[in-house]
Write a protein that binds this ligand. Structure first.
Ligand SMILES: NC(=O)c1ccc[n+]([C@@H]2O[C@H](COP(=O)([O-])OP(=O)(O)OC[C@H]3O[C@@H](n4cnc5c(N)ncnc54)[C@H](OP(=O)(O)O)[C@@H]3O)[C@@H](O)[C@H]2O)c1
Length: 289
């Protein structure tokens, strides 16, 4: 990588960010296409977010990915927000377009593209069951309903069930009767009546990120053999994915969503098609996946 006076800067705002895989695959993609870009990690503390966003303009940074804990907090500091990001009230990508900061959210579309292209699963007309009501769950539920799922059921662990109710209301208000929507009690999730007809199961919780907290949130015995299992956790192979593979169920891990959301950010900044294979290979070389 040769940096010169014209090199365009993109990067990541988050806190903490030392665990991020994004610099690995974005820099590999720039090198692969011989683009004069560099991707840098910026550790931005919550109290410094406003100044950091102003610096995107003053330092003429081309684009930024945004991660925890800034995805929602960044919205008031941007000049324009895409319809997807407005809907879920979270931004993961900023583009500095001639001094105007435009916020996007590529998480949901990244999930859908990975599901279609890598999982060969078309969500249209399907029945989905999801666990989770955090940031990933917001992005995924909106994207799946926009992609045409017929039935969408979800739950969240009992002690923060209020979070799930807020998501339910938000989905209902946005999509009205476009999809059959249900929120069920966490304790009632493991039943053949609920899971037997599900085409796609999504773990949109952080369970499985650490080997010390990798319990199975769902009993795979209740699904049909045709179910597709998607786990958004991307830093390790979870027990859910291991169990799905042992049972020969179709499945995908969060690394694919990570790659595709990154590819969409890459395309917003560079206007070039992202080299997914180069990006995936860079992760492998870096010991990821
Ligand atoms: N692959 C990708 O590209 C991608 C993108 C974004 C996020 N992710 C991953 O998605 C996961 C969730 O991220 P997030 O941003 O949505 O986090 P978040 O906003 O903090 O939400 C975490 C979710 O996990 C649930 N949860 C946590 N511990 C649990 C437990 N022991 N049992 C049951 N549920 C539990 C939470 O339930 P409560 O509401 O009850 O706390 C909540 O629904 C993380 O692993 C993250 O790395 C992946």
């Amino acid at each position: 990588m040769k940096i010169n006076a014209k090199t365009k800067i993109v990067g990541l705002f988050g806190y903490p960010i030392h665990h991020s895989f994004s610099p690995i695959f974005h820099n590999a993609a720039f090198a692969g296409l011989e683009l004069d870009f560099i991707y840098l990690p910026f550790s931005v503390k919550p109290a410094d977010l406003k100044e950091a966003v102003q610096a995107i303009k003053s330092l003429n940074i081309t684009g930024i990915n945004v991660t925890i804990p800034h995805k929602e907090k960044i919205l008031p500091y941007l000049d324009e927000i895409s319809p997807e990001a407005k809907m879920i009230k979270a931004v993961n990508t900023v583009h500095n377009k001639k001094g105007k900061l435009i916020g996007y959210n590529t998480d949901g579309e990244g999930f859908i593209q990975s599901l279609r292209k890598e999982g060969k699963f078309n969500p249209e007309g399907k029945s989905v069951f999801m666990v989770g009501a955090g940031g990933a769950a917001y992005a995924i539920s909106f994207a799946l309903i926009r992609a045409g799922v017929k039935k969408f059921t979800f739950t969240n662990r009992i002690f923060d069930f209020e979070r799930a109710r807020v998501l339910f209301k938000h989905l209902k208000n946005t999509f009205k009767d476009r999809c059959e929507l249900s929120l069920i009690d966490f304790d009632k999730r493991n039943s053949r009546q609920i899971l037997g007809k599900v085409d796609l199961f999504v773990n949109a919780t952080s369970v499985g990120m650490h080997s010390s907290d990798d319990q199975l949130l769902i009993d795979l015995d209740f699904f049909s053999p045709d179910v597709f299992i998607y786990d958004v956790v991307y830093n390790r192979k979870t027990n859910l994915l291991r169990e799905a593979e042992e049972r020969k169920l179709s499945s995908l891990g969060g690394l694919e969503m990570l790659l595709y959301q990154g590819a969409l950010s890459f395309e917003i900044w560079t206007h070039r098609k992202a080299p997914i294979e180069t990006m995936r290979e860079a992760l492998k070389q870096g010991g990821v996946g």
